[in-house]
Design a protein around this ligand. Structure first.
Ligand SMILES: Cc1cc2nc3c(=O)[nH]c(=O)nc-3n(C[C@H](O)[C@H](O)[C@H](O)COP(=O)(O)OP(=O)(O)OC[C@H]3O[C@@H](n4cnc5c(N)ncnc54)[C@H](O)[C@@H]3O)c2cc1C
Length: 381
């Protein structure tokens, strides 16, 4: 499998690297403290087309393939994993359901707006339904001309800023995962209210909110795909989203390795840099090796997706592998920094907090292992 980029793609990724270092890195510490993205930076991200990366050109998008897109997410995560997930959610689960399953009318109306930077969110999780997404209780009831939604979603990434919400709801009280449909709801729909931001452990530049639907009426045109197809749409969208999470973890892992390597060469104990101690070298070697392993899995998943081949198993493996790697990389980076690693004066403290959620969202790693094992048991390995 060939994972090389074209010259144009290489230049694009380099441009993102320069932007991330120049425009995002100086703000990361402050955004972590404030618990919200810098509004000037958000405007720049919109102007630079970060919210159009994965959209086809016909809808005003940049039209990146998945491999290049993944490397862009990694560059963002290397300086700020919160900004990376904000861009990632919008370009995958927040818009992909419309792009892949929406009617042509819905695509033409919504995607160019999203590509301009009107953010998208993905609303599945509820107070009583997390890993078991098929157990959601948000309702959509058929009325004249459309549907009325009632229920509550939680942990909605981007919801504080979003104009568009992809919402999974149970249609007319039908049971099971075949009873679930997907709808596009707009922020100005009467009855939609957005709750306070979660006070999160990490990824603090990105926001998560609850969203309440209290008699929200949407037109029949806002149904995404077919009635009863919502669960399938969510699972297909999460497959792609997991590749993005894998690259987010890879970027964070690279940041941990860079910080740990620089510190190990500069910090002296017992009369020489700690980098000369084999115990420290082994930690660096482990992180470097695991980074390569995870990158290969992510590149393979991305390339299969770009080739139009089944990639669900590889996406789950890539997300599982990279998120575990990033947690180990962050732990080692803190260890190499000693006491200073426990201080907010050094970025590894933030990396350690940012890494933790990678094992939880877009399907916990226990769920990834269920996905992988199911495929293995079906003989797909
Ligand atoms: C920062 C952040 C951003 C998020 N963004 C979004 C978003 O944009 N949209 C959205 O819809 N959701 C979002 N989520 C929610 C996220 O997807 C859920 O938290 C996740 O799916 C787990 O659900 P839960 O929290 O209810 O945990 P639970 O499902 O209650 O799981 C608790 C524990 O039990 C384990 N477990 C559960 N079932 C099994 C099983 N069958 N076998 C083995 N172990 C099991 C889990 O792995 C976990 O360890 C976000 C969450 C966070 C923290």
């Amino acid at each position: 499998m060939d994972f090389s980029l074209s010259e144009q793609e290489e230049l694009f990724v380099k441009g993102v690297r320069d932007f991330a270092r120049g425009e995002i890195a100086p703000l990361s510490k402050q955004m972590d403290e404030d618990g919200i993205i810098d509004q000037g930076l958000l405007q720049k991200l919109k102007e630079q087309g970060f919210f159009a990366l994965s959209f086809p050109e016909e809808y005003g998008g940049v039209g990146l393939n998945t491999l290049t897109y993944g490397l862009v997410i990694a560059e963002l995560a290397k300086v700020d994993a919160g900004v990376a997930i904000m861009v990632g959610v919008h370009n995958s689960v927040g818009s992909y359901p419309v792009l892949r399953f929406g009617s042509e009318e819905l695509k033409k109306r919504v995607l160019p707006e999203m590509a301009k930077g009107h953010l998208g969110s993905f609303c599945v999780t509820e107070p009583g339904a997390g890993s078991d997404a098929a157990s959601i209780s948000t309702r959509a009831d058929t009325v004249d001309g459309g549907y009325v939604l009632n229920g509550e979603k939680i942990w909605v990434t981007n919801g504080y800023h979003s104009r568009f919400f992809v919402v999974l709801a149970r249609l007319d009280g039908q049971p099971g995962h075949h009873g679930i449909s997907a709808f596009l709801v707009e922020r100005d729909n009467p009855g939609l209210s957005v709750g306070a931001k979660e006070d999160k452990m990490g990824l603090r530049s990105s926001d998560c909110v609850s969203v309440v639907f209290d008699g929200v009426k949407v037109s029949g045109e806002n149904l995404i795909g077919e009635k009863g197809q919502g669960f399938e749409i969510a699972m297909a969208s999460l497959d792609g989203g997991r590749i993005g999470v894998a690259y987010q973890a890879i970027g964070l892992g690279e940041a941990c390795l860079d910080a740990a390597t620089a510190y190990a060469q500069e910090r002296e104990q017992f009369g020489r840099p700690i980098a000369q101690q084999q115990a420290i070298q082994w930690m660096l070697a482990d992180t470097a090796t695991e980074l390569e392993q995870s990158s290969l899995l992510a590149h393979k998943a991305a390339t299969l997706k770009d080739q139009g081949k089944p990639f669900s198993r590889l996406a789950a493996m890539a997300k599982y592998s990279a998120s575990e790697m990033a947690n180990r990389a962050a732990d080692r980076a803190v260890q190499i920094h000693g006491g200073y690693g426990y201080s907010k004066d050094y970025p590894v403290e933030r990396y350690y907090r940012d890494a933790r959620v990678l094992r939880i969202y877009e399907g916990t790693n226990e769920i990834q292992k269920m996905v992988i094992a199911r495929r293995v048991l079906q003989g797909e390995h």
